[in-house]
Ligand binder design. Structure first.
Ligand code: ADP
Ligand code: ASP
Ligand code: MG
Length: 402
């Protein structure tokens, strides 16, 4: 059996934790299984490296930033191999270059395109545990790229798919996927199973327990994913196509505090306006999420939209740089907003989820700034200072704590 195990930053934060991970992997190896281990940078090292970069130059080149960040994961994998050697088990650490994990060229947010598996297979055949750097890749210029914050999960799933692994286990500092972030909602409950679609929405809407692209990839290649704790032997949460249990109306609540809102006021109320605005943003690689357009009046209209990942300033600059072409009166940015969402496959056949959520926010005197929905989710934009209160109240009203 071939098993891919991924361990996040807190799971390898210090010597003791590194040895803990080494032992867990060796246990699997000693059952006779092939083991591929994917690691993140130790503790908060990625944040610290970013701080170091900003201190030297507040506007570093994206290429150089990726060059720096990839050292974080490289530190973890080499130390892990040394720990395994000290425990008497053969292993080898490999970075993205040595494996050859090919990505698109955009630094900071590259996508995996293809993984060469020969080197890994060769090392597994010689009965070594193979330890691979998460989060990084190489592009067509032979430069290092990174996959976006939290991207090691995606490395693990991509490797599991490429190697046709039997299992892909994501070990982290919580013992599974919960009905809400347990740091925000104390009464959150662990889910035994969740569908790919629900998990994808939760991850995209702020549940940082899994990188959303890892879920997208797991669904595409049918990789059975398990999220579990690196510190306990609890069973964890299985993420898969279909779940056995009867569907709950709502499976979880997610909060995304990285959302920002831009409002473009006084645009011409005629064909092509929205196209020109969103085309300019798309060309700058800015992902737009919720969009609201006002009713046209006096030949003008307003369009507001949200962007995630704190890239509001970038969006603002694109709009200001294109002022002549876009022809608007004014543009505003609001940063103290956040998205709160409920996700659940059960919504498809049950009307009233949105109304119940809005009633709950009304009871809490929380104002809704924007709304968007899909078949299996409802998202509202509210003031960021009300995020915790809203998430807890919504979690309660849908009976998720019971
Ligand atoms: P790692 O370093 O292991 O990748 P992360 O910090 O990326 O760990 O992800 C784990 C964290 O995700 C948890 O500590 C928890 O606070 C947060 N989280 C957010 N939403 C959820 C959720 N629905 N279920 C579990 N954890 C969640
Ligand atoms: N070390 C990277 C980060 O902090 C990748 C990861 O942890 O998945 O974002
Ligand atoms: Mg993570």
């Amino acid at each position: 059996m071939l098993v891919v195990k991924k361990f996040g930053g807190t799971s390898v934060a210090n010597k003791e934790r590194i040895y803990n991970v080494a032992r867990r992997c060796i246990e699997e190896y000693q059952k006779g299984n092939d083991v591929v281990v994917v690691l993140s940078a130790m503790g908060k090292l990625t944040d610290e490296l970013i701080e170091m970069a900003m201190d030297i130059n507040p506007n570093p080149s994206k290429r150089e930033l990726d060059m720096l960040l990839t050292t974080g994961e490289q530190t973890s994998v080499s130390l892990m191999s040394m720990a395994m050697a000290a425990l008497g088990v053969p292993s080898i650490s490999l970075n993205a270059f040595q494996v050859a994990m090919h990505t698109t060229s955009n630094y900071g947010n590259a996508r995996l395109k293809r993984i060469d598996t020969e080197r890994i297979k060769h090392e597994l055949e010689s009965r070594k545990i193979v330890i691979v750097t998460g989060f990084q890749g190489i592009n067509k210029y032979d430069d290092y790229t990174t996959l976006g914050r939290g991207g090691s999960d995606t490395t693990a799933v991509a490797l599991a798919a490429a190697l046709r692994a039997d299992k892909c286990e994501i070990y982290t500092d919580v013992d599974g996927v919960y009905t809400a972030d347990p740091r925000i909602v104390k009464t959150a409950k662990k889910l035994n199973e969740i569908t790919y679609d629900e998990m994808l929405d939760l991850a995209t809407l702020g549940a940082g327990v899994l990188h959303n692209r890892s879920v997208e990839m797991a669904k595409k290649y049918g990789v059975a994913l398990v999220v579990r704790s690196s510190l306990t032997n609890e069973e964890g949460t299985i993420v898969k196509e279909d779940v056995k249990v009867e569907r709950m109306l709502v499976s979880g609540v997610a909060v995304d505090k990285s959302a920002e809102r831009i409002s473009v006021i006084g645009l011409a109320d005629k064909p092509g306006t929205a196209f020109r605005l969103f085309d300019a943003l798309a060309k700058a690689n800015i992902n737009v999420d919720m969009i609201l357009q006002s009713v046209g009046r006096d030949n003008t209209k307003d369009i507001s939209f949200t962007v995630d990942g704190n890239c509001g300033d970038e969006a603002l600059k694109v709009i200001e740089d294109n002022k002549a072409r876009l022809n608007y009166q004014n543009v505003e940015i609001e940063k103290n907003v956040c998205k709160v969402s409920v996700v659940g496959a059960g919504m498809m056949s049950n009307p009233g989820v949105a109304a119940k959520m809005f009633e709950c926010l009304y009871n809490e005197h929380i104002n809704i700034k924007m709304i968007s929905t899909s078949e299996i989710r409802v998202t509202v934009l509210i003031d960021v200072n009300e995020a915790e209160r809203a998430a807890n109240a919504i979690h309660d009203i849908f009976g998720l704590a019971e």
